[in-house]
Design a protein around this ligand. Structure first.
Ligand code: GLY
Ligand code: MN
Ligand code: MN
Length: 435
């Protein structure tokens, strides 16, 4: 994405701010164990506002009655460090690249903030972050409060992420392009895996097949840890052990999506390990698929996630009654929440730079935010029937099915961004057999 886009986002954020100074820091390197680190992943808000992916960088936005300013702090270039951890952009190149007013080295942050905060009542930062930088900022504000020569210093603190998360709710054309790129790779991975999946394969080997395609196609990483859940393992919602063998006759539930350019994709497909659905699996699968298609069809501007949730619960309950999984009247079963036993999760969530994009679901009055053009959400109904549940018809025990797609709300309705990842029984069986 080009620099003007990030500049425009910073300007929008400044418009939403009251007079004050805002500080956002990029993520830090995280220790994996002893002295080894996880691969670096920038902070989503920071990346959204800068497109910069170096740690030890800080963004400062200033808004006064007369002007706005944008400052960036970057790690200075140290050749001895670059030998070990690679080249840094440095101040000079950063000045050229970023459309900000000034660039400093990160070491000067405290010194500069003393000057900047001495004229401000209000300090914005990520109030929910444990980052040490924000702790330092509060200490600095306290020190200034107790310094007689400082007349004005921040005594009010506000959460900057409230504003950034509101902004991230509506995706721009450029962001949709990124999500589509992520999905094109994720599609390749699911289709490839359906072809290579076979009985006795270890779940983690199937996981590796996904991750191989992700990397090969240029995705930075997975957007979340892949779930490869054969048979009854699908009834553990966040099953990430992926250490069992896939069995002939079972289904495998795979929740896998790559992150491309720091944009997520989030796709679940459930397919037969041996390539053909059994009759019982097909009955359940087609019921869930029918529900998923109906829900996607209902998405349009001014619609709501709560309405989709209610619809998914009603349709799945009806489906479960038809198949003999639940007995009784749909309304009574729903009032008693009986369906929750087998469909315990939500219908979906916002998706973007984060797989669970932390954008708001309700406004400041507590009213639900209605769908609008440019929002992206997942639709992921599922049904989970544990093998040990003797209340279930025997033929359905040990089956878990979820079908998940990523949906863009459009002007008139919606677009299924992952609509070309196969999901009908016939399509899945055809691709699974195409070894
Ligand atoms: N893959 C995480 C989710 O579906 O929400
Ligand atoms: Mn999801
Ligand atoms: Mn998912």
């Amino acid at each position: 994405m080009n620099e003007s886009l990030y500049k425009k986002r910073r300007e929008t954020l400044l418009e939403k701010m009251q007079e004050g100074v805002a500080v956002l820091t990029n993520a830090r390197l995280q220790t994996r164990s002893n002295d080894t680190e996880y691969p670096y992943r920038p902070n989503s808000d920071f990346y959204y506002l800068t497109g910069f992916k170096e740690d030890n960088s800080i963004l400062v936005l200033i808004k006064t009655a007369d002007e706005t300013k944008c400052l960036l702090f970057v790690q200075k270039k140290v050749p001895e460090m670059e030998l070990w951890t690679g080249k840094r952009l440095g101040v000079d190149a950063a000045k050229e690249r970023f459309k900000v007013d000034e660039v400093f080295i990160s070491e000067d942050f405290e010194k500069e903030m003393k000057v900047l905060m001495a004229e401000q009542h209000l300090l914005y930062y990520d109030l929910f972050s444990d980052d040490v930088l924000y702790k330092q900022l509060r200490a600095l504000a306290k020190e200034m409060l107790h310094t007689r020569t400082v007349i004005v210093s921040p005594r009010s603190f506000s959460d900057i992420t409230k504003l950034t998360q509101e902004m991230r709710l509506i995706k721009s054309r450029e962001e949709i392009v990124q999500i589509k790129k992520a999905l094109a790779i994720t599609q390749k991975a699911h289709h490839h895996a359906m072809k290579v999946c076979k009985p006795e394969l270890d779940e983690f080997v199937l996981q590796a097949e996904y991750e191989y395609i992700f990397k090969k196609e240029g995705a930075y990483s997975d957007a979340y840890t892949t779930i490869i859940a054969g048979g009854n393992n699908a009834n553990t919602l966040h099953y990430i052990n992926n250490d069992a063998k896939l069995k002939a006759g079972d289904l495998v539930l795979v929740d896998a999506g790559c992150e491309y350019g720091f944009y997520a994709s989030d796709i679940t497909r459930t397919y037969p390990v041996s390539g053909t659905f059994t009759q019982a699996q097909k009955e359940l699968y087609e019921m869930v698929l029918d529900v998923q298609l109906k829900i996607i069809k209902a998405i349009k501007p001014k619609g709501s996630k709560k309405a989709l949730q209610a619809l998914s619960e009603r349709l799945l309950t009806e489906g479960m009654v038809k198949l003999g999984i639940l007995e009784g009247h749909v309304k009574t079963l729903m009032d008693e929440k009986s369906h929750k036993k087998y469909y315990p999760h939500g219908i979906g969530h916002w998706m973007g730079i984060d797989v669970h994009d932390p954008c708001p679901y309700s406004d400041d009055n507590g009213d639900e935010i209605l769908f609008a053009e440019g929002m992206v959400l997942t639709i992921e109904p599922g049904i989970y029937l544990p093998e040990e549940d003797e209340a279930l018809p025997e033929k359905y025990r040990g089956i878990g099915i979820r079908i998940e797609d990523d949906i863009l709300v459009t002007k008139e309705g919606c677009e299924n961004l992952s609509g070309s990842i196969v999901k009908s029984v016939a399509e899945i069986e055809a691709i699974c057999k195409n070894k």
